[in-house]
Each structure stands twice: as structure tokens, then as C-alpha cells.
Design a protein around this ligand. Structure first.
Ligand code: A2P
Length: 277
């Protein structure tokens, strides 16, 4: 079965396609519109964006113009990382709906535990306030699942201690040579789905000699090995590309399986190819 027809099931019963199409760094306008249109044309039914990517408008338009019923497409977006208060989060979500031109989203995440220009700052109280606003929209049916992104176990513990609804998802940078074992194990134990952004290490892994060797061994491309690696770790990869041939290539994953030994070897690679978005 094609990976495009496979799903994870979140704790509230919502089905989420196992492969998503990422849109970070794809500029608003024609480029995003064409990339998302190509992804949908080739069977992707899960699109990941964020207010901070500034491309929600083109993502929404491509989805609308695709002619695919809205309920057949899983749409994720994120609250900007500097918004750490209840009213701000409410306003942020309403702006996102307007920009996407949608009346609900499937998954809404706090983009990061701290503003991107203040990485590491303690925003525990602000995250709780933002999350409470998201819980309200969740209860109103405007969001089908809520979660977080770039959160450590400690950041998630703060939400669990002060909020009502457990995050369904934590979206983190996760790829060969950066598989975040601690956060992954924590989320797994709590039944929080790990989504893997930058599965190709923002493209850097494609020239990694070990990844190239592995790709040759399996007769696949380096990108396919990277994406398969994430799937075999039961995470949800979000590869992105602006080229249709690559958008297709990144879905052709069904005719091979990375052996246990090779997975262990890839796990052991040096964490030199890290990435954040
Ligand atoms: P492009 O948009 O020119 O195709 P990541 O998802 O880890 O952030 O990596 C994204 C980067 O990898 C983009 O620069 C994208 O470039 C490139 N990319 C995506 N898929 C492929 C592929 N199958 N082969 C080569 N490069 C790819």
C-alpha cells in the first residue's frame, strides 16, 4: 500500500496521514501555490504550514483550487512563537483561519516554547495561556487536534501540569544524525505522536556519504532513505520540495525496508547535521 494511504491515529481518534508535505521556507505566492498544488495532484493529503512561514494564504488557495473536498485534506498550522498570551493566541488563530480562508484546521501547534529570537527563554506561563486559548477552539470544533512543536519533555510537563487536554503531537527536527532519542522516548511513553520536520536535514543529508552508501545499497535515493528512516521510527515525516519530480520521489517508499542493523547504524551517526525551523 502506498504510504500516501496510510495513517496514524491520534489519541482522540483523528486519523492523520503518515506522510505530510512541509512548506517551511517556501515563499508565499506562486512558488508555494505550485508546490502545494503539485503535492495534492500527486496524492499528498497532509499539508503542514505555519503563520511564521507567511505562506498560509497560498497554501489555502492551492487547497481550495485543488477541488479536493476540504475534509479529505489534513491541514496543520502553528501559532507564532512570540505569542505567549491568551488573547494574543486567540487573535493569532483567527488570523490564521482568515489567511488560510478556512473555517477549521486539523492540527494547531504552538510553534516553539520560546520566541525564535529568544531561544531558551522560560515562557512556561505564556505557553499555558496560549494553550488554553487553543483548548477553547478545540472544544468549539475549530481545531481537530492541538499540540506543540520544538518542545522538550520539560516543556510538555508544564502543559500537562496546567492544562486540560494532553498535546496530541510534538513536531520536532528529527532526521538521521539528529533523532532526539530523549524527546522521542518521552513522547512515545505519553502516546504523543512525533512529527519529523526537516527529514532530509534541510537537504544536507543528501550529500552525507553514509546516507549515499545506504541509498546505493537499497537502490533508492538518499531522500527516500531519509524519509523511510523517520517512518521506521514511527514518526511522521514532513519533507518539502518545490520540484514535482522530487515531490513524487519522496512518496515512493513502499518497495524497501531498512534492516534493523542499518537502522542501528544510522542511529549511531554523529549529530553534526542538525536543523531547526
Ligand atoms: P527543492 O525544493 O529544490 O527540491 P527538508 O525537508 O529536510 O527541510 O529538506 C528540504 C530541502 O531538500 C529542500 O532544499 C529541497 O529542495 C530538497 N529536496 C527535497 N526533496 C528532495 C529530493 N528528493 N532530492 C533532492 N533534494 C530534495
Amino acid at each position: 500500500m502506498s504510504i500516501l494511504n496510510e495513517f496514524y491515529v491520534l489519541e482522540n481518534g483523528i486519523k492523520i496521514p503518515k506522510l505530510g508535505f512541509g512548506t517551511w521556507q517556501i515563499p508565499n505566492g506562486e512558488v508555494t501555490y505550485n508546490a502545494v498544488s503539485a503535492a495534492l495532484r500527486n496524492g499528498y493529503r497532509h499539508i503542514d504550514t505555519a503563520a511564521a512561514y507567511r505562506n498560509e494564504e497560498s497554501v489555502g488557495k492551492a487547497i481550495k483550487d485543488s477541488g479536493i473536498p476540504r475534509e479529505k485534506i489534513f491541514v496543520t498550522t502553528k501559532l507564532e512563537s512570540h505569542i505567549k498570551d491568551y488573547e494574543g493566541a486567540k487573535a493569532g488563530f483567527l488570523k490564521t483561519l482568515k489567511d488560510l480562508d478556512m473555517d477549521y484546521v486539523d492540527l494547531y501547534l504552538i510553534h516553539a516554547p520560546w520566541p525564535w529570537n529568544e531561544i531558551g527563554k522560560n515562557c512556561d506561563e505564556g505557553n499555558v495561556q496560549a494553550y488554553k486559548a487553543m483548548e477553547e477552539f478545540y472544544k468549539m470544533g475549530k481545531i481537530r487536534a492541538i499540540g506543540v512543536s520544538n518542545f522538550t519533555p520539560k516543556d510538555i510537563e508544564n502543559i500537562l501540569a496546567h492544562c486540560e487536554i494532553k498535546p496530541f503531537v510534538n513536531q520536532i527536527a528529527y532526521h538521521i544524525a539528529h533523532h532526539q532519542a530523549e524527546t522521542d522516548a518521552y513522547c512515545r511513553a505519553k502516546n504523543i505522536l512525533v512529527e519529523a520536520y526537516s527529514p532530509l536535514g534541510i537537504g544536507k543529508l543528501l550529500t552525507h556519504p553514509e546516507v549515499i552508501n545506504m541509498a546505493k545499497k537499497y537502490g533508492k535515493s538518499p531522500a527516500q532513505v531519509c524519509i523511510k528512516y523517520d517512518l521506521q521510527h514511527d514518526t511522521l515525516p514532513l519533507p518539502k520540495s518545490t520540484h514535482e519530480n522530487r515531490i513524487i520521489e519522496n512518496t515512493q517508499l513502499d518497495d524497501f525496508e531498512i534492516s534493523r542493523d542499518d537502522m542501528d547504524y544510522l542511529d549511531s551517526l554523529d549529530p553534526e547535521h542538525q536543523s531547526v525551523d
